[in-house]
Write a protein that binds this ligand. Sequence first.
Ligand SMILES: [Zn+2]
Length: 341
Amino acid sequence: MNIPSLANEIKALPKVELHCHLELAIRQSTLQEFALARGFQVQESRNFSQAFLIEEPMGELPSVLHKFLNTRDVLDSVECIERVAFEVCEDMYKTSNVRILELRYAPSFLLDKHKHISPDELQEAIHRGIDRAESMYPIAVGLICILQRTKSVEENASWVDFALNHRNRFLALDLADNEVDFDPEPFIPLFQRAKNAGLGITVHAGEPKIPGISKNIRTAIERMGADRIGHGLQAIEDDAIVKLLVDRGIPLELCPTSNWLTGACLSISEHPFNHLYEKGVYTTINTDDPGIMCTDLSNEFVLLAAHQNITIDQLKQCTKWAFEASFIDDKQKNSVWSEIA
Ligand SMILES: [Zn+2]
């Protein structure tokens, strides 16, 4: 297989990104600039990498958690956040020809450290960045509001209110964070409420490699109204879960590099992507945290072609499924897509 020529062909394909955490998609040069300005000793790339980047499979979770927190902590003004939102969109378009982009963030996580920024100010800053990118590039961008499993039901209820109050900009609700120690069940009523109010639903479920974890996929679909599943690669452990995904036509937002780095699979070649595809699951390809995990969407496509023999036609099929599964409205999607597809 000629990887360089394949990479060029893949880069040119118009793409859809459904699963990307806004703050962890930050451009690395910007992150380094922000960190230096705030006193981090990260002039040398080795130090920068050690403080912020995840380049090898994670060992103990706490040893890498501080990298997420460091990144969050340097985003301490609305100006920083606006710039990050703009640059993430610009990078998606320029590195990977992404035309449909869904970004997600947890207001509770971003604001925990930055009490001087109000939720509305945060939201408006993100919109300014996105709006500028949409005016410059043929890209349609939407936002997903994340609830953190680690927060109380009461706090998360207020973030559902926030999402519904910004219904014109939030497309969907998501549940993220530590799936091992925090079950989804307490949050079921919040998701039912959001679903009834018309928000799309996607849930991080079935991600870590722990026996039995795929039950969270069933809970997300049958009790939380999930339209899509974040990751969900451990569905492969249970044929009944795979059948549920296929029967209901629920797409998986798979993120190969992230799944490898978090230990959800042992290598890209051992990722269950190809098996799930063959079983008829709507597999979509995404980046999760491209900034700190040193990847981009084109690279994720190339990795699947190189390590799993996924063909260009299959990659295009995954993009078609992602296009159809995107929560962005059809008119907006078609406006950036119809002339190229
Ligand atoms: Zn995620």
